[in-house]
Write a protein of this length. Structure first.
Length: 248
């Protein structure tokens, strides 16, 4: 079977984030590793990523890894990031996701038509932060806009920034896209416009653009720009006592 270079790049990002000597297995396989320093999930959580048809899971201790390896091996790879499949077999107390992971190559990138003036601002610029503060906290957190390391690419209405995009520089030369539009300005193509500029900058910097999203509207913007949905990420917090009871 031919190797998908975009998929291999994406897998390399998450193998680096695992912070342990681990690789995605062949299609249909599962790799589980103990890695307290993993960046796939919050500290002390288990992180699951399915890319293509193979899965990578990190957790904190070897004991937890053994339990997860045994239990998750009984599930189809494609269901490992499904809350409906995971909750019945593991003592989950909190969950983040699942979120879709999208990637785009230079050849596959479809830039948005230049129909509006896109301005470039420094990360943390007061006008950008005014947009972040103006939206619901859940939207602001989902966007990650206050953590971008790139310039912000914005569209204004009058003096106000109403749409913005940038990216966070991740390990393994990845650019994690962050996009935010004011609620009253959504559905007008602004997200696509600013995100297109951010993706172009990521390519100029030699980075792999990554789009992580849950809402369908965000996924549709990514698809319009040529992103391919290659995987899913899920983070779970486990009841440690209950988990270790499953050892036997």
């Amino acid at each position: 079977m031919a190797v998908d270079p975009l998929l291999k790049q994406a897998q390399g990002v998450w193998e680096t984030l695992a912070a342990a000597p681990v690789s995605f297995p062949p299609a249909g396989g599962l790799s589980v590793v103990a890695s307290p320093a993993s960046q796939i999930a919050p500290p002390s959580w288990a992180g699951m990523v399915v890319l293509g048809e193979s899965a990578l899971v990190t957790t904190t201790t070897d004991r937890e890894a053994q339990v997860l390896r045994r239990i998750l091996a009984g599930l189809p790879t494609g269901s490992l990031t499904s809350s409906e499949a995971v909750r019945p077999v593991l003592p989950v107390t909190e969950m983040l996701g699942p979120a879709i992971l999208g990637y785009v190559s230079r050849a596959g990138f479809r830039p948005a038509p230049a129909s509006r003036s896109v301005e470039r601002l420094a990360p943390g610029h007061r006008d950008l932060m005014a947009l972040v503060k103006s939206v619901p906290s859940e939207d602001a957190g989902e966007s990650g806009m206050d953590g971008i390391t790139s310039a912000a690419f914005v569209v204004r209405r009058g003096a106000d920034v109403v749409a913005a995009a940038g990216f966070q520089a991740w390990p393994s030369a990845a650019a994690h896209l962050c996009v935010l539009t004011a609620p009253g300005e959504r559905g007008r193509g602004l997200a696509r416009q600013v995100a297109s500029a951010a993706v172009a900058q990521a390519f100029a910097d030699g980075l792999l653009p990554q789009w992580r999203a849950r809402p369908m509207a965000s996924r549709n913007v990514a698809r319009a720009l040529g992103f391919r949905e290659l995987g899913i990420q899920l983070s779970i917090r486990l009841d440690q006592e209950e988990l270790l009871r499953l050892e036997s």
